[in-house]
Design a protein around this ligand. Structure first.
Ligand SMILES: Cc1cc2nc3c(=O)[nH]c(=O)nc-3n(C[C@H](O)[C@H](O)[C@H](O)COP(=O)(O)O)c2cc1C
Length: 398
């Protein structure tokens, strides 16, 4: 039998591609339009360099940090992703893996498991909220998360509803009924391991969003929830201030890409921001999040926790982001590939890859703690913060 352990996130992605039905795999690749931002999120890291030392290195390195007052064993958290059907244990496997490695998870509004189930396996769970529905409905979801014991709320505002992809979008069904199963049978039959996992679990991906459920109503389907979100008036800074005034717990705004917005978020009273372009799902040609963080962290890093997500695939990427001012990073696709490749153990494997890569980075840079990293530990090319990668091929085979 093949060794289930993998050495890199790239290998986890190869295994995910082989094991997932193409429609599910393509939904994870995502990225809007040409995929320019999707690529730049990853490529920008390789423009940053190191100049390691060889002696007087720290014999022990401390990776621990805090985010919004919560202790993390390493500066890496799980970003919320609303993907169903990757693995029957879904967010429970991810949350258990995060707990086993001493870190926190963001649970998507569009996740497949409830906030109550996820908090029960990892108390370091943040509930991610989209601005969807009326103010009363938004507060009902926030209150549910608070009552469930969520460690805080992440408000995601970096989705700009542009879905066209030059390499095509997967066809995601509304429900998995008999007709749909027949339609998807050819691709599922080519992925017997994935099908067997679901068969063993005794259920099919139900494609509902239990955290969007409102009292007295059934859980909406993914598309039902999406359409409520799309038809909700877009939030203003006053709406966000209203939310702040109704929720006293730790509150993060995910999706900041500009200094003026970061300053507004601080004014509104957010405790943290994540510099993010939704993993390349914002307007295409938005620059990489790692290019945006230096100026933002410099300006507001002493007032709020500044995090980053987008393109993190290695421990050395984490070292670079932290050196540029991130308190921690959030992983998106990296852990999804791990989940697809090997369930909970695959997510732990990804977190271990991050841990050992960060540790090596600290060793080479002669640092004893992630808290000691600074910009001076990096070689940063001129114009790094402004440039947007060179043109390249489309991100995946059609
Ligand atoms: C398939 C997919 C689904 C996502 N769903 C959500 C979501 O429901 N809520 C959210 O806040 N962000 C969502 N995101 C964005 C991630 O939280 C994160 O910002 C992004 O994946 C980071 O980029 P990376 O995948 O390169 O690490 C999603 C991303 C992907 C790839």
């Amino acid at each position: 039998m093949r060794n289930a352990w993998f050495e890199t996130v790239a290998e986890a992605q190869r295994r995910a591609k082989k094991s997932l039905p193409p429609s599910v795999y393509m939904a994870l690749v995502a990225g809007s339009e040409r995929g320019k931002t999707l690529e730049d999120n990853i490529d920008a890291y390789s423009e940053l360099g190191f100049a390691p030392h060889v002696a007087n290195l720290a014999p022990k390195r401390d990776l621990a940090t805090t985010v919004m007052g919560l202790h993390l064993d390493l500066p890496v958290m799980i970003s919320p992703t609303g993907v169903q059907a990757v693995h029957p244990d879904g967010e429970l496997a991810v949350a258990r893996a995060a707990a086993a490695r001493g870190t926190a998870i963001g649970l998507s509004s569009f996740g497949s498991k409830t906030i109550e189930q996820v908090v029960a396996v990892n108390p370091k769970t943040f509930f991610q909220l989209y601005w969807s529905g009326t103010r009363d409905q938004i507060l009902a979801r926030v209150e549910r998360a608070r009552a469930a014991g969520a460690a805080g709320i992440i408000v995601t505002l970096d989705w700009s509803f542009s879905q066209g992809r030059d390499w095509g979008s997967p066809n995601i069904p509304e429900h998995l009924d008999l007709r749909t199963m027949v339609r998807f049978a050819p691709e599922v039959l080519r992925r017997p391991r994935w099908a067997a996992q679901w068969a063993r679990s005794g259920a099919l991906p139900d494609l509902t969003t239990p955290n969007m459920q409102l009292p007295g109503q059934p859980a909406p389907t993914f598309f039902g929830a999406y359409s409520e979100w799309m038809s909700t008036p877009l939030p203003t800074w006053d709406d966000l201030a209203w939310l702040r005034s109704h929720y006293a717990g730790p509150l993060m705004l995910k999706g900041i890409m500009r200094l003026d917005d970061a300053l507004q978020a601080v004014d509104v009273g957010f405790d943290a921001i994540s510099v993010s372009n939704h993993g390349g799902n914002k307007i295409d040609a938005t620059k990489a999040s790692v290019r945006a963080i230096p100026v933002i962290a410099e300006a507001v890093g002493s007032q709020v926790d500044v995090l980053l997500d987008g393109g993190v695939r290695r421990g050395s990427d984490v070292v670079k982001a932290v050196a540029l001012g991130a308190k921690a990073v959030l992983l998106g696709r990296a852990y999804l590939w791990g989940l697809a490749a090997n369930g909970q153990a695959g997510v732990e494997n990804v977190l271990d890859i991050m841990r050992s890569g960060i540790d090596s980075g600290l060793l080479g840079l002669g640092k004893s703690s992630v808290l000691d990293l600074t910009k001076d530990d990096l070689l940063i090319p001129d114009g790094f913060e402004r440039r947007l990668g060179v043109p390249a091929e489309l991100p995946v085979d059609p």
